[in-house]
Design a protein around this ligand. Structure first.
Ligand SMILES: Nc1ncnc2c1ncn2[C@@H]1O[C@H](COP(=O)(O)OP(=O)(O)OP(=O)(O)O)[C@@H](O)[C@H]1O
Length: 621
């Protein structure tokens, strides 16, 4: 280090050259003077020069390389690289420092001067070199300053650019945030997009499906439109057909109505021809024993209208043979013991039809106790065993329904009354037994017969009537236990008031169907009956006798008909006589001991059968 500091890179004057320059006398003097000072402090004089041109300074200015290369400093810096220029400077320095120069003895002034001159020359050379170097350095400084200015400019530019870049960077940072946000949004949107894509796919699938369905529907629509047109055409045809049919129906209705009226007329004519009062005889089967044991009642196989009662009378004296007595009877119809309820009803169903046609109809069963009156009129619980009343009710409601098609509307009112000892009892009564009201038969101004306080029950169907019949039977059985079974000794009268209206034709009809189970007709010897029994029998006989009288009076067309003689005839007033059709069942018990009663019943029935009552006319308005 010291070596470097002490050695100058400046070119050192060679001794030869010092000699050459020594010819310049003016320059040698100051050189000699200066030599002393050089001797005094030779290293200090070179140090500044070495510090002025630091060997590495130009190299330190590295950036920008482009700007450095052309400067003079580079040239100065390169100087050490030359090498050969350094050697003279070192030699001069050595010389100046007295190195390599042998110390001259005091007397060798010449030598000393020569050394001094060499030193001066060396210094001058150094000065030149320094000046040159200085110029170079100045030039380098200028260039460096210029370069610095350029760099500063450039730096400014760069700073400005840096600012711009920073600004841009800041902006970019915002943009980055935006970008991040955008990226997040994009991710979200991507997800949404993927979802939407899926949905889109689904929707597309749905659309395809719907389109396919639409095509199907359109096809169906086209087919249905075609069908509709066909239907419309056929509807028109049908409407035309319906109009024609309606006209036909109206015409046929008219014809039907006329036919119905004609039928009623003819039906009535037939009934009249058959007789407005008819008598059917019915023989009850034996309840015990063999039917073939019944010998006294003969029913001819070929004639269902005849009956013979036969009896062998023993000779009182025993001298004459027993006499055979026969009693022949003829009625509208005779039913043997094997006749079913259905067969019996078939014969009277035409009469029941007359009731719907507006004719009063009365059907009663006459006969001794136990001869089968109640069985004939009411029958048993099973449908096969149904008697006249339930079958008549069934037929009435069935026919009424059928007649609805011809515009007929019917209403029905039922009542059920019992006559015991000339006292009326309401069999449809549902109040307290001790509060039973009294009843009176009244005749209204329109000749209608009504019973006061009697239950007149509107009925709409068969079942309702059956319920009423059951109620009546209950009432009768209650009376039976309380009053020593008077049912056989009382008349029961079931009455169905029928009102029909054909609003299309403004036609109305009104009639009464009376179905009567009479009290037992057996005659009891006056001597054998006493008290209440005698009173009962008197009442029964009286009413039955009056019934016969009334029928006979009607047959004889008498001016006065004694209806009021008994409650029974008074109640049945409208069902007997000119405006009605009457059917009487005479019931016969097959037991031989009943022969007498049977004979009496048949005689009574024969009298009735002989009657021809008026000409029935329908109650039409
Ligand atoms: N045609 C018949 N076939 C079968 N059984 C019958 C027939 N007629 C009546 N009977 C039976 O004979 C019995 C007496 O008949 P029913 O009660 O009808 O007589 P009735 O004349 O009404 O007697 P009453 O005057 O006492 O009321 C009953 O058990 C009944 O079931």
């Amino acid at each position: 280090m010291n070596k470097e500091n002490t050695s100058s890179r400046l070119p050192v004057m060679s001794g030869k050259r010092a000699h050459t320059n020594s010819s310049d006398g003016e320059q040698q003097q100051p050189a000699q003077k200066k030599m002393r000072r050089v001797d005094a402090e030779p290293p200090q004089r070179y140090r500044p020069a070495a510090s002025v041109v630091p060997p590495r300074r130009p190299v330190a200015v590295k950036a920008p390389a482009k700007a450095l290369r052309p400067t003079g400093a580079a040239t100065v810096a390169v100087a050490p690289a030359r090498g050969d220029q350094r050697k003279p400077v070192a030699a001069v320095a050595k010389a100046a420092a007295g190195l390599g120069v042998s110390r001259r003895p005091g007397w060798d002034l010449k030598g000393k001067v020569s050394d001094m001159e060499a030193k001066v020359q060396n210094y001058q050379s150094k000065i030149k070199s320094v000046n040159l170097e200085n110029d170079h350095l100045k030039d380098s400084i200028t260039k460096a300053q210029k370069h610095k200015a350029e760099i500063e400019d450039e730096n400014k530019g760069l700073k400005k650019r840096l600012g711009d870049c920073e600004e841009e960077l800041e902006k970019l940072a915002t943009v980055k945030d935006d970008l991040a946000q955008t990226s997040t949004e994009r991710d979200g949107l991507k997800k949404d997009l993927s979802k939407l894509s899926e949905e889109h796919k689904v929707l597309e699938g749905l659309r395809d499906h719907l389109e396919s369905e639409l095509r199907n529907i359109q096809t169906q629509l086209a087919i249905q439109s075609s069908t509709l047109r066909q239907c419309q055409d056929s509807l028109k045809e049908s409407q035309e057909l319906v109009r024609n049919l309606e006209e036909t129906v109206a015409r046929q209705r008219e014809e039907l109505h006329l036919g119905e009226m004609e039928r009623r007329k003819l039906h009535n004519t037939i009934q009249e021809l058959k007789g407005n009062i008819r008598v059917f005889c019915r023989v009850r089967p034996l309840l015990t024993g063999n039917q073939s044991d019944v010998l006294h009642i003969q029913l001819p196989a070929h004639d269902n209208k005849a009956l013979t009662l036969a009896k062998t009378e023993e000779s009182h004296t025993g001298r004459t043979a027993d006499t055979q007595k026969s009693y022949n009877f003829s009625f509208d119809r005779v039913f043997g013991p094997r006749a079913t309820q259905r067969e019996v009803f078939e014969e009277i169903s035409l009469l029941v039809q007359s009731a719907l046609d507006g004719y009063n109809v009365c059907c009663f069963a006459y006969g001794q106790t136990g001869s089968g009156k109640t069985f004939t009129m009411e029958g048993g619980d099973l449908e096969d065993l149904w008697g006249v009343i339930p079958r008549a009710v069934q037929q009435i409601f069935k026919s009424a329904k059928a007649l609805q098609e011809q515009g007929w509307q019917y209403s029905f009112t039922a009542s059920f009354v019992e006559i015991y000892n000339e006292t009326l009892r309401d069999l449809l009564y549902t109040g307290k037994p001790n509060k039973r009201p009294e009843h009176e038969i009244r005749k209204g101004c329109n000749n209608e017969i009504t019973v006061t306080n009697l239950t007149y029950q509107k009925v709409n169907n068969e079942d309702e009537v059956h319920n009423l019949i059951m109620l009546a039977n209950q009432n009768r059985s209650t009376a039976r236990t309380g009053m020593n079974d008077h049912s056989s000794r009382s008349h029961s009268v079931f009455q169905l008031d029928i009102e029909g209206q054909n609003s299309d034709r403004d036609t109305k009809c009104k009639s009464v169907l009376c179905l009567v189970d009479l009290a037992g007709s057996e005659r009891v010897q006056k001597s054998q009956s006493q008290g209440d029994r005698f009173k009962e029998m008197t009442a029964i006989n009286s009413s039955l006798t009056n019934l016969g009288i009334v029928i006979a009076a009607l047959a004889n067309k008498e001016s006065f008909i004694p209806y009021r003689n008994s409650k029974l005839t008074y109640l049945l007033q409208n069902c007997l006589g000119g405006n009605s059709k009457t059917l009487m069942f005479v019931n016969i018990a097959p037991e031989e001991e009943s022969f007498g009663e049977s004979l009496n019943s048949l005689r009574f029935a024969s009298k009735v059968n002989d009657c021809v009552i008026g000409t029935a006319s329908a109650n039409r308005k």
